[in-house]
Design a protein around this ligand. Structure first.
Ligand code: 4AD
Ligand code: MG
Length: 431
């Protein structure tokens, strides 16, 4: 009797007969032998059908298989050092489940729009599969890091009555008779959670109706948002660099085959070890002026600025102390220089841009009230947030990591659209 196996585990069955549910990735024939390139989601293996060793019926079944046909294949697992997986399957039986006709994604080149329209099928390709495995490993490592370091997972709401990151990019919906918005960031709720649990983190979807069509922007993306009570800006930066180092090293350790499948130069990732370099916004402006950028002090950086700054380093770089007027209302001013705030953006190397935005939060109730007036925020909808400063206010800091930009960087991808199973980009809601 054949035991049921998956391709990833065939190493446990060398010399045994196994049954595997699989799809045909590709096929080659030399007249007397057919080579089936099989995939089952866990890995790839070559099935060898030898005409002189199987019945005519099985030989013909093998012949009828097309790209993406599905089958149960039975055979003997052999070690095969020349194959990428290290194993091969000598086919003894084939049970066809479904014969595919005219699979739209062929091994030839396709345009991006075509692939995006067929995202539900494109996901089956070896590169897209590898990206999804790396994404899952990043999520696993993120949770491991925070669980190991005394953080509690807390889930902020997705439907909210207010905005966290400015009112221009909100997705509006109705909440019965009230107006509601899809969350842009769970941060404000995570601040409340930190006052209850000390160190917390969230992991969930966030939404920004940004009319930006760049390789770094998604409309729906996933964010990891830690928030820490009794923690200042400096301490938060240390957590961030340790966190990112841990995630990158975990992927290097656990996703060797997948990093190879996406063609990543891993030597660049091996260097990602804390500590990371830091420069202030002022220093960044000065540097940009030496590079012929004519950006005035007080203006936010765009992608070309970030790339120019990041190119000087092999590791992610923190840009700290931005002008208060270009950052969110809740950031704490630097006590030595109130025109800048205790914040940092972490810019990934190799032109991947900002992956983390974070700051120390205002803990002074009066200053927070002042900011509310300046930003025309309603103290009614935000009363609960003001309460956090009214009852046992403490210094606290937090940050948000964009998952998709992190996946793009670690996988070395040109565009964030390949980092999420079904990307929501400007004007694309299908599939
Ligand atoms: O810098 P952002 O806007 O920060 C916040 O939302 C804070 N409330 C986080 C916090 O302190 N808890 O966003 C954080 C990160 C960015 O650095 C970026 O990696 C990612 O989220 N991000 C996006 N990723 C993909 N598409 C978009 N449109 C993104 N906008 C932000
Ligand atoms: Mg930001």
């Amino acid at each position: 009797m054949a035991v049921k196996s998956v391709i990833r585990q065939v190493g446990n069955h060398v010399g045994e007969t196994v049954t595997i549910g699989a799809w045909v990735n590709n096929k080659r024939s030399s007249g007397k032998i057919q080579f089936l390139q099989l995939r089952d989601g866990t890995g790839y293996i070559q099935g060898v059908v030898v005409k002189s060793e199987v019945s005519e019926e099985i030989w013909d079944k093998a012949k009828s298989l097309t790209q993406e046909s599905s089958l149960y294949v039975e055979g003997i697992i052999r070690e095969e050092p020349r194959s990428a997986s290290g194993y091969e399957l000598t086919v003894t039986n084939i049970e066809i489940i479904h014969i595919t006709e005219n699979y739209p994604i062929t091994p030839k080149e396709h345009g991006v729009d075509f692939l995006m329209d067929h995202r539900h099928l494109w996901l089956r390709s070896s590169k897209q599969r590898a990206i999804m495995v790396i994404r899952a490993e990043i999520i696993r490592a993120v949770q491991q890091f925070f669980d190991d370091n005394g953080f509690t997972l807390v889930d902020p709401p997705i439907l909210t009555p207010t905005s966290a990151e400015g009112t221009t990019n909100l997705f509006h919906t109705k909440y019965f008779d009230e107006d509601a918005y899809l969350t842009q960031s769970g941060q404000l709720y995570m601040e409340a959670a930190a006052m209850a649990l000390g160190k917390v983190y969230s992991f969930g979807p966030t939404f920004r109706a940004e009319k930006s069509k760049t390789r770094r922007h998604l409309i729906e993306f996933w964010m990891i948002e830690p928030e820490m009570a009794f923690t200042d800006h400096e301490e938060s930066l240390k957590v961030q660099e340790n966190f990112i180092s841990y995630v990158v090293q975990s992927v290097l350790k656990n996703c060797k085959a997948e990093l190879e499948a996406v063609g990543r130069d891993v030597s660049k990732l091996e260097r990602i070890q804390a500590p990371f370099p830091r420069i202030t916004y002022d220093e960044a402006i000065e540097f940009l002026h030496t590079q012929d950028f004519d950006i005035p002090w007080g203006e936010d950086f765009g992608a070309p600025h970030e790339t120019a700054i990041a190119e000087r380093y092999e590791k992610p770089v923190f840009i700290t102390h931005y002008p208060k007027d270009i950052k969110a209302f809740y950031m704490k001013p630097d006590p030595n220089r109130p025109d800048v705030v205790l914040c940092a953006d972490m810019i990934a190397p190799e032109g991947y841009g900002e992956i983390i935005g974070g700051s120390q939060r205002i803990d002074d109730p009066e200053l927070m009230e002042e900011r509310f007036k300046e930003h025309n925020l309603s103290t009614e909808t935000y009363q609960w947030y003001l309460d956090l400063r009214k009852y046992g206010s403490v210094p606290h800091s937090g940050f948000g990591l964009g998952l998709e930009r992190t996946v793009a960087w670690i996988c070395g991808l040109d565009h964030v659209r390949e980092t999420i199973p079904f990307p929501r980009t400007l004007y694309r809601l299908y599939p």
